[in-house]
Design a protein around this ligand. Structure first.
Ligand code: NAP
Length: 341
């Protein structure tokens, strides 16, 4: 039996979802993969980092999260005021990074990841900041340290696009990818195609928890932009900066635009696109009117999708959930198992 000791940075929707999934799957992981995965550390912004060398009791940890009590209420654990200090002084085999995304400087995730890699731990992350701002540098550091850095759930959550492209389609030269990478905006555009006004649908999406109180990151396209930057580095090996991606969100899309597109037999979707043009990589995030025979035109609601064009496979399209606690945790779990392999 292979034993894995995991620390989780970030104890919000995804961090707690991952810990719950790991716990619910423990027997299955033993049976199917011969892996005994144990949670040894967990931390957040408010309470810092707690750690137990022989493993934390998961129901106790989850109960603290559910009852919104501080992690420090868990007795007989070692404690540091910040996750970073805790990571520097403890040694898990795998760091699961699930703190909030920050597209300005990727912190604190960037420091968490660099620290763990330098200590010789594998890292799996759902966070978009590090992959978008420093993906290739971090992968180079991981290689140098002889460990893995994986970020499946940073793009389309647990729906496997990065591993499908890098592993399933290994050897294929990717010419272009086009995707619906943000569920909130697709939910809004789908409802508008049904005749509803933007403002009304946005308010509904906020009530349902699909959209944040401040929806800027989604509706202005920044979330899709971050995922586009991650794919530029990982899939095309060409790091791009935010300014190199032509960006337009959906706030300017009117019901009239959607109706006109429909009468021309088209659907408006927020499309993230990366395409090789000679040595250049052209990148954009913008609303586009797609003909109904386009595989992305009929991707509705909060679903995400990516269409991949390669030299050896004309077009492969993957669609599935792009958010949610367990869907995202699934991507982290798959990455943890890949590290164990
Ligand atoms: N939710 C999804 O469906 C989804 C899907 C794909 C990817 N992701 C990515 O996964 C990550 C986690 O998302 P989430 O939905 O779980 O967010 P969340 O519920 O807001 O949780 C974020 C966690 O990060 C911690 N945190 C924030 N800033 C920190 C700092 N400076 N130092 C230490 N800890 C800090 C927070 O601490 P406190 O609890 O103390 O505030 C919280 O525990 C994000 O990067 C997100 O982009 C999320």
């Amino acid at each position: 039996m292979k034993s894995l000791r995991l620390s989780v940075a970030g104890f919000g929707v995804v961090g707690q979802g991952f810990i719950e999934l790991l716990y619910n799957k423990q027997d299955y992981l033993r049976q199917m993969y011969d892996i005994d995965a144990r949670l040894v550390g967990v931390g957040n912004a408010r309470h810092g980092f707690i750690y137990r060398e022989d493993g934390l009791d998961v129901p106790t940890v989850l109960e603290l999260g559910a009852s919104k009590r501080p992690l420090t209420d868990y007795e007989r654990t070692r404690h540091w005021d910040t996750i970073l200090e805790g990571l520097q002084e403890t040694g898990a085999n795998v760091l699961v990074e699930a703190t909030s995304t920050n597209l300005r400087d990727a912190e604190p995730a960037l420091s968490h990841i660099v620290t763990a890699l330098r200590l010789g731990a594998h890292v799996v992350t759902a966070n978009k900041g590090p992959g978008a701002l420093a993906g290739l540098e971090l992968l180079a550091l991981a290689r140098q340290q002889g460990v893995q850095l994986r970020m499946e759930s940073s793009v389309m959550a647990g729906t496997p696009v990065i591993s499908t492209i890098l592993e399933g389609m290994a050897g294929a030269r990717i010419q272009a990818v086009r995707g619906i990478l943000n569920g909130t905006t697709n939910y809004i555009l789908t409802a508008m195609a049904g005749g509803r006004e933007y403002a009304e649908v946005l308010a509904e999406a906020q009530e349902l928890g699909y959209a944040e109180t401040d929806p800027t990151a989604d509706v202005e396209g920044y979330d899709a932009l971050a995922k586009t930057l991650i794919l530029a580095g990982l899939v095309f090996n060409q790091p791009l900066k935010q300014e190199q991606v032509a960006l337009k969100g959906i706030t300017g899309v009117t019901l009239d635009d959607v109706r006109k597109a429909a009468s021309a037999g088209k659907r408006i979707k927020l499309i993230a696109s990366l395409r090789r043009n000679g040595d250049e990589l052209e990148a954009s995030v913008s609303p586009q009117a797609l003909a109904l025979d386009d595989p992305l035109a009929r991707i509705d609601g909060a679903t995400n999708a990516l269409a991949i064009q390669a030299d050896t496979l004309s077009e492969v399209t993957i669609s599935g959930p792009g958010a949610g606690a367990i869907s995202t945790a699934q991507g982290l779990l798959a990455d943890v198992l890949a590290c164990a392999r």
